[in-house]
Design a protein. Structure first.
Length: 419
């Protein structure tokens, strides 16, 4: 090898080898390829990826929509019960497998996408996971890690990343609550409307769960009540302090899907079923739409379910008044979200069509199609839409299997205004 090196030097290759010059072009000055989305097994908090967004036009509706992710990785938005936009509206936070590393056991991380440039920034690392609850008011993100509930200073991390001056990961974390040894989560995390406490569940003796609240200022963990079911998909009312919903998780049709907990100033706890179900009803995908209302789906994909009214329903939590906002086809709608002003609902079908429903007129407008291939059932591996209407009521963010197994996309809520 030494002789070969001397021979190369004598032939004038020294400059080419050290400067990476090929055919007169010095490639050593080119940027680090780590900023491209095809890099994998890369875990660097605050690292930035180039935009990969692509604008498409729906062949059925002629509506332009944006594929925010287009890489070979699996990308998904948060569940529709939790915010996907930072409070300032500048970033979408999502999960991606682009940091997956089988050697370390990482299943991927959470990333922030700029709504201005579509650049992507890694915002979790190591074993933090990717299941975050964004703050309602402050640019924070909450998650469980190492048997603790922690807050991530998302605003400072993103600002440091833009300046290329990211600090050690732990410097962005604050421990809020320490959980008891052996604590097992039942699923879901709710952050109170005042952003001063959290609600979550722990698994007790099967099939039961225990529901807790945790105070951010004192670190105190308070047991609220035991329930004889698997409590999952816990979501706090974003508009009213001291209220949260949870569901009876069965991985299918629950005998009574929706439940609500209310905390009184005197410390008393009220737990009640929301929309008492008939045995022939299949309720799913509930979400708060304003301070007093929720929206949910009553499924219609089986013959036995169609003996009752089905479709997208809203319910007034104070009066229990129920409104049916319509259904589509035999299979019916699947997920739903409603604008804060109550005027617009977006619902999807099993084969990946998204519709806008005008709650005043009942008119259904098809926004975009083809996001679940040829699926006619919820029980396939293709993406679940889990869509949300943006805080400014301009966009619908959703999961799609149109390009890969799962990408996140944006379609205008009012495409007629965008043309």
């Amino acid at each position: 090898m030494k002789a070969l090196s001397i021979a190369l030097l004598s032939l004038g290759f020294a400059t080419s080898l050290s400067a990476q010059t090929i055919n007169g072009i010095d490639y050593s000055t080119y940027g680090d390829p780590a900023n491209t989305f095809e890099m994998t097994h890369s875990d660097i908090l605050g690292q930035r990826f180039a935009s990969e967004h692509l604008t498409l036009v729906d062949p059925v509706t002629d509506v332009p929509y944006i594929a925010l992710t287009t890489s070979k990785h699996s990308n998904s938005k948060f569940y529709q019960t939790h915010p996907s936009w930072t409070p300032d509206g500048k970033y979408i936070i999502f999960r991606s497998s682009r940091g997956r590393n089988e050697d370390t056991g990482s299943r991927g991380f959470a990333y922030a996408m700029s709504m201005e440039t579509f650049e992507i920034t890694q915002v979790t690392t190591a074993d933090w996971g990717s299941n975050l609850h964004l703050g309602w008011k402050e640019n924070l993100a909450y998650f469980f890690h190492d048997q603790k509930l922690k807050a991530l200073d998302l605003g400072r991390l993103l600002a440091d990343s833009e300046r290329n001056s990211v600090s050690p990961p732990e410097s962005y974390l604050t421990t809020l609550v320490t959980l008891p040894e052996g604590f097992r989560h039942s699923g879901g995390l709710g952050i109170d409307a005042k952003q001063n406490r959290a609600y979550f569940g722990g698994r007790s003796e099967k099939p039961g769960s225990t529901l807790y609240s945790a105070d951010f200022s004192t670190g105190e963990l308070t047991k609220l009540l035991d329930v004889p079911l698997w409590a999952n998909h816990i979501q706090a009312n974003p508009y009213v302090s001291g209220e949260f919903m949870y569901c009876w998780e069965t991985r299918g049709d629950a005998p009574q899907r929706m439940w609500m907990v209310s905390l009184s100033p005197d410390g008393s706890v009220t737990n009640r079923a929301v929309y008492p179900e008939k045995p022939s009803e299949w309720v799913t995908h509930e979400v708060y739409s304003d301070a007093d209302h929720i929206v949910f789906n009553v499924m219609a994909h089986l013959d036995r379910l169609q003996e009752n009214p089905t479709g997208v329903f809203s319910l007034n939590l104070r009066t229990n008044e129920v409104t049916n906002h319509g259904q589509i086809g035999k299979g019916g709608f699947w997920h739903c979200d409603r604008s804060e002003d109550g005027r617009w609902i977006v619902a999807d079908t099993f084969d990946g069509e998204l519709y806008r429903i005008d709650t005043e007129t009942g008119i259904q407008t098809l926004l975009t199609t083809g996001h679940r291939g040829i699926s006619k059932s919820p029980f396939t591996s293709e993406a679940h839409s889990h869509h949300n209407i943006s805080p400014d009521n301009k966009w619908v963010l959703f999961n799609s299997s149109q390009l890969t197994d799962s990408d996140i996309m944006l379609v205008p809520l009012h495409p007629e205004q965008a043309k």
